[in-house]
Design a protein around this ligand. Sequence first.
Ligand code: GUN
Length: 283
Amino acid sequence: MTAELIDGKKIAARIKEDLKKEAEELKAKGIHPVLAAVLVGEDPASKKYIASKEKTCEAIGINSIGYKLPKSASQKEIIELVDTLNADSRVNGILVQLPLPKGLNEKEIMSRISPDKDVDGIGPHALGRLVLDDPGFIPCTPHGVMKMIEAYNITPYGKHAVIVGRSVIVGKPLALLLLRKNATVTMCHSKTSNLKEECLRADILCVAVGKAEMITGDMVKEGAVVIDIGVNVTSDGKLVGDVDFDTAKERAAYITPVPGGAGPMTIAMLMYNTVLAAKMRCS
Ligand code: GUN
């Protein structure tokens, strides 16, 4: 079997088209969606992500304001910037790009973002609402994964979903979203003793660990849906996921490519949350 490709880029393009129309409607009512994006330091991947987010904002008609702070920026300086953005009524959404340089307290900074501007959806308020199944900002990457699955009419109901990676940004919220859709969810992580066996039980296998091509075809159940959320650069500069695409695609029924899968969906869902934040302000 060769898997059908889940085209994240195409689904993201559709979502962005809809958001563009929504942003135009908001602007006609005098509401201009504004995203403030904070980058601290010079991490090359973070710089790339921020540039891509800013470009997408422009394409949709969201006003993006970039704040670039040096690697030496103090905790206090970043907190003060977040406070200023919280208080600025023109700003609908605030994004602080992670990871922050060593020595900074990420948790304190992310917690400082006002809940009604937390378009990343990874602050304590948004995550609490997610646990409670209350409406709110859903973290962008897991939300994008759910939208990709939905676009291919894959229903998690009653299926066994296995998630490899327990991060706050991806693994944990994705487990909650899949539970919400009535999947049975297994969480795997670096201390899981029988990873291969767990993966082989997955109808839906989602991988977000940041280890290049660690999930190989022999760990994929015949006919599974494989969602690769990893982004890794190999020593020869190639972008690869956490799944070994060539061997996994021979066993899976559906598979996401890297690039062109979860990545574009994350950005689309950030835009979705920013437009939502602007709408909430006027409702
Ligand atoms: N770094 C990697 N992914 C993310 C994300 O979704 N949000 C933020 N703020 N930083 C990230």
